[in-house]
Design a protein around this ligand. Structure first.
Ligand SMILES: [Zn+2]
Length: 238
């Protein structure tokens, strides 16, 4: 894993645990990572569980059996993959997934499942109006202090990014987004979209958790981290 991915993970984590986003979700039980032993909100960790003798990635935390928690990063997953995790479950299961190469497993299975769920959350959010999809709705909600986070397309223009990142800082909310304008548009069945906005609620909590995990596991740079990596002088240039 590259050092830059580590740095990006740290900045995404700090982002999520600062400002208004930090107290959005009521259920913030802590769990310990099997690899590094640090405690974290269980929503920010990956949960594995055994069902009918098979070890599963429990994406939605719905498997009613003991959960094994690991930080959503390659370092902790690699450390624990054929060691502590295998040891923890070996009495119970044939550890089929543990025999796989960890990077392959992260890229092909973990991330695919997370991306699929991430896209589903966009759709559910738009259907229930928890995710505001028109810029005038987003700005209206921001004025009424109803916004929990902005979502910016990864290829939003520099002026757009600058405007909404500054708005977010002023309002003390977060900025997220790992999809391009066209992908958001196709997903929601509308034209390309640069800016969306989340209202508070369970869907937003799920979205935030998925965004963090995907950022840490894939190293995809959101429009915000692109802003963060700009030099101070860059902000004034168009
Ligand atoms: Zn860990």
């Amino acid at each position: 894993m590259s050092a830059s991915m580590d740095n990006r993970s740290a900045s995404a984590s700090q982002l999520a645990h600062s400002g208004v986003g930090a107290d959005v979700c009521a259920d913030r039980a802590l769990r310990r990572c099997l690899a590094c032993r640090s405690r974290a909100d269980k929503r920010d960790l990956l949960r594995f569980a055994v069902l009918d003798g098979v070890l599963l990635f429990d994406l939605r935390s719905r498997v009613q059996s003991r959960g094994y928690y690991v930080c959503a990063n390659r370092s902790c997953l690699s450390k624990v993959w054929k060691g502590k995790l295998a040891h923890a479950v070996s009495a119970e299961v044939d550890c089929g997934i543990l025999l796989q190469d960890i990077d392959h497993y992260i890229d092909v299975e973990l991330c695919e499942a997370l991306w699929r769920r991430y896209r589903e959350i966009f759709l559910s959010g738009a259907k229930s109006s928890a995710l505001l999809t028109r810029v005038e709705q987003v700005e209206g909600a921001a004025i009424r202090n109803e916004l929990k986070a902005y979502v910016l397309a990864t290829d939003a223009g520099r002026a757009t990014r600058q405007k909404y990142v500054q708005n977010a800082r002023r309002k003390g909310v977060n900025c997220y987004g790992l999809l391009s304008k066209d992908v958001i548009g196709r997903l929601l069945g509308c034209g390309p979209r640069s800016v969306l906005g989340w209202r508070d609620g369970a869907l937003f909590c799920q979205f935030e958790s998925l965004e963090l995990k995907l950022t840490r596991l894939t190293g995809v740079a959101s429009a915000v981290s692109q802003m963060d990596s700009m030099k101070p002088g860059d902000e004034t240039r168009e």
